[in-house]
Every structure is written in C-alpha cells, then in structure tokens.
Ligand binder design. Structure first.
Ligand code: GLA
Length: 359
C-alpha cells in the first residue's frame, strides 16, 4: 500500500491561519511517498533514503526528536483514536520535497503516513479527519504549535488551483490559477534565524494578548478604525501585529480577485505589499531575505515577491512574467553570496493535486 502527499506554497495570507484569517495556498508538484507492508520482524522498521534505518518497538511509540516522529505520530493516533491494532510494519519513505526550504515537507510526511497506514488496515479517513489528525501529530506529538494551513492544503490541493480558505469557519473555495504568462517560483534563501518555535509562538501570544486587551475573541470582530481607537491600550508590538492581521486579510481578498481575473501584475504587487507588512509589522523577516526581496523586485520580469511561511529566514515566493528565465537570477546569486556567504536555490512550483493512495 502506498500513498503520496504534496508540499505547499502559500501565495498570500501569512501568519493569519491561527488568527481566524484568510489564506491562499496551493499544493505543489513535489511529494513525499510512504509505502507500507507487513513486516516479518516483531517491530516496525522505518527507512528513508539518506537517513539511517530505524527500528521501533510496537509498544514504544514515543517522540524521540527524530524524522521518524512524523511517522510514529501517525501510528500513535491511528491506534489511540481509531482503535487500530497495528501489527509490525515495514515503512519506506521517499521524497522530492527539498528539506528545510519552507515547503512543508513535515505536513507531507504526516499526511502520507496517515493515508498509507490507514489504507493498509482498510480504514477510510475523510479529508477533514486526515488534515485534522495530521495537524494533531504536529501540535501534540511532534510539539510544534502550527496552524492548519500546511496539513489542510497537502490534503485538499487540486491541479491548477489554489484554495481560498477562511480559517475562522473552514469554508473554502478553489481558485483557478490560469495565468497565461506568469509563474510562481520559490527561492530558498538557505538562511534561518529562527530560535526553534520560540519566535512563532511569541507572535501567536502577542496576537492573543492584543485581542484580550481589546476585549475581542477574534480579529474578525474588528476593523482598522476600531483598532486605531484601541492604539493607546496596546503595546506598540501588539498594535503592529494586529495591523498586519487586518491588512493581510484585505490583501488576500484582493489577491483572490486578481487571480480570478488572471492579473499577474496585481498579484505580484500584493505579494510585495505583504512582504513590507511581514517585515515592518509582523517583524518576522531578516536582513538576507529583505535584501533578496528588494533586489528581486528591481528585476524586469518579476511581478513581486515576499517572505513565505513561518519566517525568520527560509523561503521567498515570487511571481514572474513569461519572459523570466532562471539565469536572470545569476548576478543576484553572486552578490548574495558575496554579502552573506551563501547561495540561494530556486524551484519552479505548479499547483498540483492533494494527497492520494497510489494504486
Ligand atoms: C508555518 C505554519 C503555518 C502558518 C505559517 C505562517 O508554516 O506551519 O500553519 O502559520 O507558518 O503563515
């Protein structure tokens, strides 16, 4: 039995999936495949190219801080929440999602593991169960307090479409990506300044505190006029975080319309606006990425770009026109290397289907 699940990019709607906001991600054409078969041993084995093979006792499904945690999380919750008795398995993982590039390789391995193990035992998980269970693995087994975006889109992605998701009520719509002449690229800066999950959790806490001080349960209950009447009772940081959330939701709505009318220039301009808000208000960018975004936006065939994902380093998403060629970035990569002693990597990404069992 084998299943595959894709990584993702997020066009726009950053740091709002845990703030009741709108997001616009798509699943990409890079996947993790997990195959499962019965083992003759009396323990599970997990193997992935480039990593050591691991043996896991069937009654010792515990977090160990290794890559196998994502798979063990799947075994753990399928046994605990679905009463499955999981006999020893041989689990093999293969992936072409670049690791550490902010393309959600972890959501992909969680979703593909759940799908293939559940499938092996003839357990049929509905899409919603699948993405919620994958998020539970990340939140409670691995211990990363992420929102729903990565797991949701890895399950729900569709070819040639992005998904507009309202994370307040989980209502969603597919949006065609039908630019005749624009393409999305991810540029992996290969720098990270994140202090683990500390920065991400700090941003979440700042948003919660801001809401509490304003006496509101959700950012959807307030607008910019209301926020400005509360400026005095908020710290500067809380005000800026709130400003990002409110303006980001507006940009996502505008971006949805621009995508629907195939207006690549408008989409690009909105990406660049989001970057400024993430840099100045959410303060989750860094010097290297700011440098790259500024230089990218000067190039002729780039419509716009911004830092993507959790932030503090990681990747940039950019939209180009049809005349763009990857060699247009060679000079920039040279100057980036001279300044920061590291080279970025570029990946072209296309909207692709979500997770599935492979027959
Ligand atoms: C990470 C999390 C997502 C989301 C983004 C920021 O990728 O896993 O849930 O919060 O950061 O938009």
């Amino acid at each position: 039995m084998y299943a595959q699940a894709p990584g993702r990019v997020n066009i726009i709607g950053e740091h709002v999936d845990y703030n009741d906001g709108f997001i616009l991600p798509f699943a990409i054409d890079k996947v993790t495949k997990v195959s499962v078969k019965a083992s003759e041993k009396n323990y599970h084995t997990m193997h992935s190219k480039g990593f050591d093979q691991k043996a896991v006792e069937t009654n010792q499904i515990l977090r160990t801080g290794e890559w196998t945690d994502y798979v063990k999380g799947a075994l753990y919750y399928l046994e605990k929440d679905y009463d499955l008795t999981i006999s020893p398995l041989e689990i093999h993982i293969e992936s072409n999602i670049p690791l550490g590039a902010g393309l959600s390789s972890s959501a992909a391995i969680e979703v593909a593991s759940l799908l293939s193990i559940a499938g092996f035992f003839n357990l049929n998980l509905a899409d919603k169960e699948l993405y919620l269970l994958a998020q539970k693995i990340e939140n409670e087994f691995v211990g990363v307090n992420c929102g729903i975006m990565d797991q949701f889109i890895s399950v729900m992605g569709k070819k040639d479409k992005a998904v507009f998701l309202d994370t307040m009520n989980m209502q969603y719509d597919y949006v065609d990506i039908n630019f005749a002449d624009s393409h999305f690229f991810v540029l992996d800066s290969r720098v990270s300044h994140s202090l683990g999950d500390g920065d991400y959790n700090a941003r979440r806490a700042e948003c919660e505190n801001a809401l509490k001080k304003m006496g509101k349960a959700s950012f959807r209950e307030i607008d910019l006029i209301f926020l400005n009447t509360k400026k005095d009772i908020l710290s500067t940081v809380e005000y800026k975080r709130s400003l990002h959330v409110l303006t980001e939701n507006e940009r996502v709505l505008k971006c949805k319309s621009a995508l629907e009318s195939g207006d690549g220039e408008k989409v690009g301009a909105l990406l660049s606006e989001t970057h400024i808000s993430l840099r100045d208000n959410y303060e989750c960018s860094c010097e290297e990425i700011d440098y790259l975004v500024e230089e990218l936006n000067k190039l002729e065939h780039i419509n716009g770009s911004r830092i993507m994902g959790g932030g503090f380093g990681g990747s940039i998403i950019m939209l180009t026109d049809k005349n763009f060629e990857e060699k247009d970035l060679e000079e920039l990569n040279k100057s980036y290397h001279e300044l920061y002693n590291v080279k970025f990597k570029v990946h072209r990404v296309s909207p692709s289907k979500g997770a599935c069992i492979v027959e």
